[in-house]
Design a protein around this ligand. Sequence first.
Ligand code: HEC
Length: 175
Amino acid sequence: METIRANLSLLFIRLFVAITIGLPLNVFAVGPTVGVDVARLTSYGLSTAKRANCFGCHKWHGDGGTGYGGAATSLRETSLTREQLILVIKCGRPGTNMPYFDRQSYKNSECYDLTFEDFAGDDHNRPLQGKKYLNARQVNAVADFVIAELQGKVLTKTYCEMYFGGPTRECESIE
Ligand code: HEC
């Protein structure tokens, strides 16, 4: 009797281990599932960046340029690390047209150790507020989108069609 009970509980332990460890491993083993997740993350990053109007200044192709917002840096040529990208998105760049997107920016000291009080009477350098606030998850998604689709990459037709949601005239001339 005792051994049957012991065997039974061993069986349950094995089952438990198989389910808790085995299942997640199985999930990773299925390639397409992971691919879909990456695609979903990319589209979330893209739609968030669109809503935040990043492309209003950096342009749909990410190469920036002049126009509304002054000369915006190319996000394809940026050499910033992920941490630095996140910081720039959260805090913007005081004294330039790059706005901040974190609701708490300059209310605490997390942005370059500066608060709004430091800009009192200095309207020229006062940080500009983004069109829309982004929470941490959204900031990360936008930074990851920049890294995955723009940074260090040339403009492709695939990117163009992803951005516009399908083939458009804009994309025809791109290789
Ligand atoms: C109102 C115009 C404007 C908007 C909107 C804007 N940017 Fe910018 N951004 C700029 C300008 C101008 C600069 C250059 C700042 C400078 O001179 O250092 C810049 C710089 C940057 C940089 C620094 C690049 C580098 O290598 O130094 C990053 C990263 C960046 N922007 C990302 C974003 C993202 C992501 C968004 C949307 C969440 C966004 N920007 C929205 C105008 C804008």
